[in-house]
Write a protein that binds this ligand. Sequence first.
Ligand code: KIV
Ligand code: ZN
Length: 515
Amino acid sequence: MSDHLIIFDTTLRDGEQSPGASMTRDEKVRIAKSLERLHVDVIEAGFPIASPGDFEAVMAVAREIRESTVCALARAVTRDIDRAAEAIRPARSGRIHTFIATSPIHMQEKLRMNPEQVLESAVKAVKYARKFTDDVEFSPEDAGRSEPDFLCRVLEAVIAAGARTVNIPDTVGYNLPAQFGGLVRTLRERVANSDKAVFSVHCHNDLGLAVANSLSAVLDGARQVECTINGLGERAGNAALEEVVMAVRTRRDLFSCDTRIDTTQIVAASRLVSNITGFAVQPNKAIVGANAFAHESGIHQDGVIKKRETYEIMRAEDVGWVANRMVLGKHSGRNAFRTRLKELGISFRSDDEFNSAFDRFKELADKKHEIFDEDIQALVTEEGLEGVDEKHKLVSLKVCSETGVKPRARITLSVAGKPQSAEADGSGPVDASFRAIEAVLASGAQLLLYSVNNITSGTDSQGEVTVRLELAGRIVNGHGADTDIVIASAKAYLNALNKLETPSGRAHPQTGTPI
Ligand code: KIV
Ligand code: ZN
């Protein structure tokens, strides 16, 4: 059996299905480049049939990425497969991933198909996809709740039809580790042609077991794990890439395989995904949480100073924890800025976009003398690169905040090019600012989440604010960064409102609901 464990990252597809995590084309390309730097084997870039925007995003990723295989998702129907095939055409190495549900509940209640019809559709889809590429993956959705006998029949038939990878999803995160590993082992043993395909797993985290189930399956012969950065994904998320990779690497004594991942890129990828999606990483999150390598208690600190291995099983630097590196400053010129952007995988569509980002960089460098990679990433995330029509812009904000006095904000916005102002009181300066924005725009959106993080360390750091808004069932995240967190908050609120005014037209691949 191969000693190479294939890492299939689905941050851009399943990760994007988390409410509010939807990404624009440029954001997807930036994340894809970061995944390429990580040496991810396969990048699932999206579900091209979902919308013209998703199709373009997958195609843009396929154009830009040279070192990883680019994969597109398709239901087991020809129109989805046609669209997926077209989207991955520019890829140096492209994969089509087609799926249909095989569990009794999904077949009866969702598809309203009998098992024979499902089997026939699966085989037809794989044969059809093979017309476009040799690299076809098939997933029996909800395999974790499917009848093993039926699964064996489906897998044997799709492998015979040309599937090179068969992926076993625990779609609803229902399995336990020994059970799931056992399922993979049984399938490998009972499917007559199992040696002709790579067995993959795709675990959801509803019971907090996605990583454990994936690792158990690897011990039982799976050689591809589908995962996401920071465990992003539908509901409770998917298996976290960084945890799977570091578990296999750290416990080489137990695993007879390893990945090709450059682990020193993990923290940068985690920060980028968190920054773009607005999904903050909890401080105690394994590998990428701020406290993952911090030793608070005296006994631990004493042990680590004497010999690090007393309390550390991994080295912080091996996963990319390095002190923030000062990369640019007040005196850095256009070339230095352009070079650093290139190194970070950031490109601009026009000189105007570049010039505007450079002006913003200069403004920031005036306020904050040391500019780190994280500052640049935040600046670019904000900088209209998101394909969002910036209809509403912040012109000025004045907030009075004083002990014993109700905070009051006065805001001027540019609304479709025309200045409009309003004032409002609030329980705090941020609340007053949001109320002042609503006094102008009356969006009616509901605030679901508000969070502030410092981008780098120190009180001169930029505050990065995420605001999640809901309007008529659609959920979006807005971001804003500034050394003044009240201004960052107003920018984030406006960014979310601008997103709400940009229709996504996207549909969820499994349920068909708009996302
Ligand atoms: O969770 C799931 O079953 C999926 C499939 C499309 C692989 O995401
Ligand atoms: Zn999934």
